[in-house]
Write a protein that binds this ligand. Structure first.
Ligand code: GTP
Ligand code: MG
Length: 198
């Protein structure tokens, strides 16, 4: 069945948050380089919109996608990427922080954490920072297909605990296998105000 997020199209990319223009509502994807942000956007929208790679540091700009005029999904560069100029590898970088602080219409920030590796030090710093800034965050455990199904229940509880959540409050997703993608798709469509379209 068609879904509102099937209509998502690439809109623009820039390194300067000030050049992104206004929106009515947007959600953003943050997380370690290689955590699967771009792959998740492709899974949610059911097409190859965002470039993905096994090499960390694939996404270098703020990439904006639109489900309807001014209803956006925003793919961000990852943090913790170990090569490149010093300014781009310190913490999550000025670009990401600048964007998160300047967007007036962010309704949710999806923080992707590798289900098998668990949250890194930078993930925890990012979560603490988002909380301190009172930004609306939602933690998503990704690549859950890499956790043995016999371990999934325990692992979800462990990862949830490490990020200070109940297991139910931690989204458990595999972009590769589609686990949890349908729920996330509906949640995002509602949040950006396009649910029921199409
Ligand atoms: N097994 C598995 N691999 C995944 C999943 N999601 C993403 N990957 C793989 O993880 C790698 C990184 O994915 P990307 O989507 O490019 O990661 P990213 O977070 O956008 O990375 P940056 O742009 O560097 O910040 C790719 O090789 C993907 O195929 C998943 O659900 N399961
Ligand atoms: Mg990416």
């Amino acid at each position: 069945m068609a879904h509102a997020l099937d209509a998502v199209r690439f809109l623009l990319a820039d390194t300067d948050p000030a050049k992104l223009g206004a929106s009515l509502a947007e959600v953003a994807f943050v997380g370690r380089s290689n955590s699967g942000k771009s792959t998740m956007i492709n899974a949610l929208c059911r097409k190859d919109l965002a470039r993905t790679s096994n090499t960390p540091g694939r996404t270098r700009t703020i990439n904006v996608y639109e489900a309807a005029p001014q209803r956006r999904l925003v793919d961000l560069p990852g943090y913790g990427f170990a090569t490149g100029p010093a300014s781009s590898r310190e913490g999550w970088g000025a670009m990401i922080e600048g964007y998160l602080l300047s967007s007036k219409t962010l309704v949710a920030i999806y923080v992707l954490v590798d289900a098998k590796l668990g949250p890194t030090k930078l993930d925890v710093e990012m979560l603490n920072w988002l909380q301190a800034e009172s930004l609306p965050l939602r933690v998503v455990a990704t690549k859950t297909d890499q956790v043995k199904s016999s371990r999934a229940f325990v692992r979800r509880r462990e990862v949830a605990q490490l990020v200070g959540l109940t297991p139910e409050a931690l989204a458990w997703v595999s972009s590769q296998e589609g686990t949890g993608i349908g729920e996330l798709r509906n949640e995002i469509a509602k949040l950006i105000g396009v649910a029921g379209q199409r």
